[in-house]
Design a protein around this ligand. Structure first.
Ligand code: ARG
Length: 495
């Protein structure tokens, strides 16, 4: 279940004391009354930032240890805080942890629970810290974890593509320009083209994880703290680098943008791949059929088998782009130092990573279980899709390419007049279009002959594609962080 179903007190009263009691609030001292209920609802981030609870606790453990190590609190107090926080973490993980709208945000909720468990020593935890560096840290930890997880999802898709390219060696289909049949290409070449896009995505997610791997703890509200905190110690405990400038540490959300950008570009790649499969699985193309497990039917038309998952790859990319735009717009013109606007960074980030992970969770198996229709693919790759072959043949015979292009163009027009395709046109028409065309070698005018004729590096020729495939496999062998089934692990949406 989600946080919302388990504890959702969304319709509970914001404060049960009628707004008189301000003592339970982190910042209650300065205020005569509690917030108005409507304001409380607007201001609270707890309904969504509760999913940062585990990260928040990890950060607090690191902070409490550092406070002890630096003698800011006693070793005993530090140990009590750490063990209390570990109990809170267990409660979060088991789903026992109950939050209330009056907690305002996850930081308050965790601290409130800690105080219930360990008593007044909990009041010392926030020494030398602000929610401003705390929330920034939580989000850094979240972004680092998700960037790494998405990266392994991309790797899984790359493994699937390489597998398909390997098992379908030799299949040809038309390559398209303007969505018009252009030239035959090998299916493996096409699949490895998506592999290259994912390879770049992988780097983007690695960079996003790296950008997230900075600890803002010790920046406090914005200008540091008089307590002798050690940001290096907390950073080290979390496996992160410490911040450099305290004002930047609490103000910047570049790491959020980096991850959102990586998600948006990956989404664009998935949407293009998805669109191709929507076309390929249509009756008009007939190149492939999806496994029943990855398609759905129509409630009215019994014959329908719809490629919903690929449509959703296309469709959900809209929100990935919007999530990135939303945060960019929130940040634009924001003065340095924390502003409540920054609370708006979380939901788009959560949405983007959840969306991308949901898509990546289906893609590899959906690719693996699809069937290709060799004959229909090859059939579509013949005919006029071979015209460039003739022009290139003439050019190789010494005919200037422009002249060759023109001659073959005449032949194509002649075929259209006769209502025949290139393979079926009478031999004398070839010679009429250009004398040298009477010597076209046997086999060139076939999809197979066409791909085999390619000589340039990175081309669709079988040798070249084999090389690309070998290189792709070697790459996957050197790259770390992939394990089968990784993506099916539980998600933190269930904390
Ligand atoms: N809920 C806040 C957020 O998500 C936490 C930081 C609050 N800081 C503050 N100074 N009010 O950004």
């Amino acid at each position: 279940g989600s946080v919302f179903s388990r504890h959702a007190p969304l319709n509970s009263t914001f404060m049960s004391d009628g707004g008189k009691n301000t003592s339970g609030r982190m910042w209650g001292g300065r205020f005569g009354v509690s917030p108005a209920e409507a304001f409380g609802r607007l201001n609270a981030s707890i309904p969504f930032d509760i999913r940062l609870a585990a990260h928040d606790i990890r950060g607090s453990v690191a902070h409490a240890k550092m406070l002890g190590a630096k003698g800011i609190i006693s070793d005993r107090e530090s140990a009590t805080l750490v063990s209390g926080l570990e109990t809170v973490l267990r409660e979060v993980e088991s789903g026992e942890f109950a939050w209330d709208l009056s907690d305002e945000d996850v930081h308050t909720a965790v601290e409130r629970r800690l105080k219930e468990l360990v008593g007044d020593v909990a009041l010392k935890l926030h020494t030398g810290r602000s929610r401003n560096d705390q929330v920034a840290l939580d989000l850094h930890l979240f972004a680092r974890e998700k960037a790494e997880r998405i990266r392994s999802g991309v790797l899984a898709a790359m493994h699937a593509l390489v597998g398909l390219a390997e098992t379908n060696k030799g299949l040809v289909l038309p390559g398209y320009t303007h969505l018009q049949r252009a030239q035959p290409i090998l299916l493996s070449h096409h699949l490895l083209s998506h592999f290259e896009a994912f390879r770049r995505d992988l780097r983007r997610f690695e960079a996003a994880a790296e950008a997230a791997n900075v600890s803002p703890l010790g920046a406090a509200a914005l200008g540091g703290t008089p307590h002798p905190v050690d940001p290096r110690l907390t950073a080290q405990e979390l496996g992160m680098k410490p911040f450099t400038n305290s004002l930047d540490a609490v103000s910047e959300r570049d790491f959020v943008l980096d991850l959102l950008y990586a998600c948006a570009v990956l989404g664009v790649h998935l949407s293009r791949l998805g669109e191709e499969w929507v076309l390929w699985t249509s009756a008009e193309f007939g190149f492939a059929t999806l496994d029943d497990a990855y398609s759905s039917g129509s409630s009215i038309m019994p014959q329908k088998k719809n490629p919903d998952a690929y449509e959703l790859m296309r469709g959900k990319t809209g929100r990935l782009i919007a999530d990135m735009n939303g945060v960019l717009i929130t940040l634009k013109g924001l003065p340095l130092g924390y502003s409540k606007d920054l609370q708006e960074d979380k939901e788009p980030l959560f949405d983007a990573v959840d969306t991308v992970l949901a898509l990546l969770a289906v893609l590899p198996e959906m690719l693996r279980t699809a069937r290709f229709h060799k004959g229909l693919m090859a059939g579509a790759a013949g005919g006029f899709a071979l015209a460039t072959e003739l022009a290139d043949f003439l050019a190789a015979e010494g005919v200037p390419f422009r002249e060759a292009h023109h001659a073959v163009g005449r032949l194509v027009r002649r075929c259209e007049e006769l209502g025949v395709s290139l393979e079926d046109v009478p031999q004398e028409e070839f010679a009429a279009a250009h004398p040298a065309l009477s010597e076209v070698p046997e086999g060139l005018l076939t999809p197979r002959g066409s791909v085999q004729s390619k000589r340039s590096a990175g081309s669709t020729a079988p040798g070249s594609v084999d090389e690309q495939l070998g290189q792709a496999k070697a790459f996957l062998e050197t790259v770390e962080g992939y394990s089968e089934g990784h993506l099916s692990e539980g998600s933190d949406r269930c904390v």
